[in-house]
Design a protein around this ligand. Structure first.
Ligand SMILES: Nc1ncnc2c1ncn2[C@@H]1O[C@H](COP(=O)(O)OP(=O)(O)OP(=O)(O)O)[C@@H](O)[C@H]1O
Ligand SMILES: [Mg+2]
Length: 360
C-alpha cells in the first residue's frame, strides 16, 4: 500500500515513522498489559493497531479488531465483537465447540451470528470466556471506543472480570474522542476497574522534519515532482497530522491536482470530516454552550474569556460548574488543549471550521 493510500495501513512496513510506537505496543501486549492508544483524530491510531497485528500474530498472539463505529449499547458491542471474530477464523475455529452452546448466538458458514438476545451482557461474557479458555493469547482491539459513551457499570464489571479471570486476553482501546476512556483511565476507587487501568500510549503528530520526509517519500513513490516551498507550506498548514498529509499527498500525486488546489481540497474535505465528528459529539449536549466555547478557544482563550463569551451568548450568568464541565468534556474529547491556563484548538481543520463560521 503506498504512503498516500487513504486506507488505514495494515503492515508495519507501510507505517511511516512509528517504529517506536509499534515496539512499545508489542512490548505492552506481550507483558499482558491493557493499552489505551490516545491521540488526536487522523493521527494514525487505527493504522497503528492494524499494522501491529501482523507482528503480534508472528508472536502467537491473535488479534481481534473490533470496529465500534455506529454501534449502540450492549447489543451493538456484541454484534461488533462477533463481526471482529468472524474476521479471525482461527480463533473462531478454536472456540466453536463452546460458542455453539451459548444462548443468543449461532454459528454457521458465515461465522457467528447474534440473535436479538434478551441478555446481551451474559452472551458477551460467555463469548469472551470461550475466548479466554480456548483461544490462547489474544488482543481484543476496540476501536472508536467513544461510541460506548454510555458505558454501563455492567460493562466495567465485565471488563474487570475478564481482567481477573483470563490474563491471556488483553484489551486495546482506541478512538477519536476519549470521554469514555476517562472512566477506564482514571477509575474511581469504587469502580470495578480501580487498580487495573490500561497503560497509555500517546500518538503525536509528526514533527516538521518527519512530516517533510513523509511527503517527500510519498511523492517519490509516484515520481511526482514537488517544490520545496510547496512541501513546506503543506507541512505548516496541516500541522504534522499524518491523515491530513496523506490526503494532501493523495490529492496532489494521485488525483494530480496542482499544489494550491490539493491543499485547499484537503482543508475542505478535512473540515467536512471534522464537522461530521463534531456534530456526532454534540448530539444530546447543549449545542450553544459547546460551540460558543469552541469558537472562543479557536483563537485561544483563558477561563474568564470563555465564561464571558458563554454569558454574553446566553444573556445570563452561568455557574462555574457548568463551564468546568464543558471544558472538561471538550478536553476529554481532545477537541481542545490546555497549557498553563490557556485553552486552544490544535487541529487545523477544526480551527478552520470554527473560524469560518461553517458551524453554528
Ligand atoms: N504513520 C503513518 N504512515 C503512513 N500513513 C499513515 C500514518 N499514520 C496515518 N496514516 C494515514 O493517515 C490516514 C488516517 O489514519 P488512521 O485512520 O489510522 O488514523 P486515526 O487516528 O485512526 O483516525 P480517526 O481519528 O479518524 O480514527 C490513513 O489514510 C492512513 O493510511
Ligand atoms: Mg481510527
Amino acid at each position: 500500500m503506498p504512503l498516500f493510500s487513504l486506507h488505514p495501513k495494515e503492515k508495519t512496513e507501510e507505517l511511516f515513522g512509528r517504529e517506536n510506537e509499534i515496539e512499545e505496543l508489542v512490548r505492552l501486549v506481550r507483558a499482558r498489559r491493557w493499552v489505551a492508544i490516545l491521540g488526536p483524530r487522523m493521527v494514525g491510531k487505527t493504522s497503528l493497531v492494524k499494522a501491529t497485528n501482523k507482528k503480534l500474530e508472528c508472536m502467537g498472539i491473535k488479534a481481534i479488531y473490533v470496529n465500534l463505529w455506529g454501534t449502540r449499547g450492549t447489543q451493538g458491542l456484541l454484534n461488533a465483537l462477533a463481526q471482529g471474530l468472524n474476521q479471525e477464523r482461527s480463533v473462531l475455529q478454536k472456540i466453536r465447540d463452546i460458542a455453539e452452546r451459548i444462548e443468543g448466538l449461532s454459528i454457521g458458514t458465515g461465522g457467528i451470528s447474534i440473535s436479538l438476545s434478551r441478555k446481551p451482557m451474559t452472551t458477551m461474557w460467555e463469548l469472551l470466556a470461550a475466548i479466554g479458555k480456548q483461544a490462547g493469547d489474544c488482543a481484543i482491539e476496540l476501536d472508536e471506543v467513544q461510541e460506548l459513551s454510555v458505558i454501563s457499570g455492567h460493562l466495567l464489571k465485565l471488563l474487570a472480570n475478564i481482567f481477573n479471570t483470563y490474563p491471556n486476553i488483553v484489551f486495546i482501546f482506541t478512538g477519536s474522542m476519549f470521554g469514555i476512556l476517562k472512566t477506564l483511565l482514571e477509575p474511581k476507587s469504587t469502580s470495578p476497574l480501580y487498580g487495573r487501568s490500561p497503560a497509555r500510549l500517546y500518538l503525536q503528530p509528526f514533527t516538521k522534519e518527519k512530516a517533510t520526509e513523509f511527503l517527500r517519500r510519498g511523492f517519490q513513490e509516484y515520481r511526482h515532482p514537488v517544490k520545496e516551498t510547496e512541501v513546506n507550506e503543506a507541512v505548516e498548514k496541516l500541522d504534522g497530522i499524518p491523515g491530513w498529509l496523506t490526503l494532501y499527498g493523495n490529492n496532489a500525486a494521485v488525483r494530480k491536482m496542482p499544489h494550491y488546489r490539493a491543499l485547499e481540497e484537503t482543508i475542505i474535505e478535512g473540515t467536512k470530516i471534522v464537522k461530521d465528528e463534531l456534530e456526532h459529539f454534540l448530539e444530546g449536549r447543549d449545542r450553544t454552550l459547546y460551540i460558543t466555547t469552541l469558537k472562543v478557544t479557536a483563537t485561544s482563550a483563558r477561563w474568564k474569556e470563555i465564561k464571558n463569551a458563554i454569558e454574553a451568548r446566553k444573556g445570563s450568568l452561568v455557574n462555574d460548574a457548568t463551564i468546568k464541565n464543558i471544558i472538561e468534556n471538550l478536553k476529554a474529547a481532545m477537541l481542545i488543549n490546555e497549557h498553563e491556563g490557556v485553552y486552544t484548538v490544535k487541529d487545523p481543520m477544526l480551527k478552520n471550521l470554527l473560524l469560518t463560521s461553517q458551524i453554528t
